[in-house]
Write a protein that binds this ligand. Structure first.
Ligand SMILES: C[S@@+](CC[C@H](N)C(=O)[O-])C[C@H]1O[C@@H](n2cnc3c(N)ncnc32)[C@H](O)[C@@H]1O
Length: 275
């Protein structure tokens, strides 16, 4: 057996139950490589780390030197601060610059919560306000807060010509109507994104979720009305993972820019990178 084969065998055994629990602990405590940590899901926002890293690797393959990672719905800032920290680690690992942008009303869920599509049985106006001290905790050199209703702030953001292409976007706005408005970030001639942009939807796995309401309806409507970008599952994502049953694999999807793919004219950088 060559040393490479031996290493592969040890790695395979490390992924087998019950060893995988021990391996996971070792990865969490001792390894800093973001690709390994993302694979094993050892950080507090594992889908963010996985999606952002994949976005950075795809950017590299597409000859793009920097990306924007977006969180729609910031609230206490746990997700945004995690994004900021992951951005630094991924920058060091890949050489790709990552700017982080968080969108939020600042005052929690908006006054308008509509019919069954917004799940008024679930959500309340004013819930999840922005943490008072968040502005002081983010690094203004890399992270930005955009305050206001996404219905207005997303079109305004798209008009800024100097933002880096979207390389990861998380949707955690809870409401159908807010998610529909936030999806304008892709449904626009002014969009800037990777040919394949990893995205995450937080609210699609409760018993109350279905395709006629919430984020799932916003995705359905988006795909029906937008001709040049389509959102679909991130296929075969969990099959080779040590914890394929983890809750977040199903919530990671991909926005495909059909026009950019047609224009690309070559296969270079087309495939997703396997972490
Ligand atoms: C569940 S919280 C986000 C939690 C956060 N992602 C985290 O992991 O810590 C939902 C947030 O979405 C924001 N939100 C909902 N609809 C919005 C809209 N139309 N425009 C801007 N922000 C909105 C609310 O202000 C609220 O802070």
């Amino acid at each position: 057996m060559t040393s490479r084969e031996a290493r592969q065998m040890i790695a395979r055994i490390g992924r087998e139950p019950p060893f995988r629990l021990l391996t996971r602990l070792i990865v969490k405590q001792f390894l800093s490589n973001p690709a390994v940590r993302a694979r094993w899901g050892v950080d507090p926002y594992p889908a963010y780390l996985y999606g952002m890293l994949e976005g950075a690797l795809l950017a590299k393959r597409q000859g793009i030197s920097g990306i924007t990672a977006v969180e729609f719905g910031v609230a206490s800032g746990g997700g945004l601060l995690a994004m900021e920290q992951y951005a630094r680690r991924i920058e060091q690992f890949t050489g790709i610059v990552i700017k982080v942008v968080g969108f939020d009303t600042g005052s929690g869920l908006p006054a308008f919560i509509g019919d069954y599509r917004d799940h008024p049985d679930h959500w309340q106006t004013g819930a999840y306000p922005l943490a008072d001290d968040l502005r002081g905790r983010i690094d203004p050199a890399s992270t930005r807060l955009v305050i206001g209703d996404v219905r207005q702030t997303v079109p305004a953001f798209l008009k800024e010509s100097d933002f880096l292409p979207l390389g990861f976007v998380s949707f955690d706005l809870d409401l159908y109507s807010s998610t529909r408005d936030a999806l304008q970030i892709f449904d626009s001639r002014e969009r800037k994104m990777l040919r394949q942009t990893p995205i995450y939807f937080d609210d699609i796995d409760f018993i109350s979720n279905h395709r006629w309401a919430g984020e799932l309806l916003a995705i359905e409507e988006f795909n029906r009305s937008c001709d040049f970008v389509k959102i679909d599952h991130w296929y075969n994502l969990k099959s080779d993972k040590p914890f394929p049953e983890a809750y977040y694999w199903e919530k990671l999807m991909v926005a495909h820019d059909l026009e950019a793919i047609s224009r690309s004219g070559s296969n270079v950088g087309a495939g997703a990178v396997s972490l």
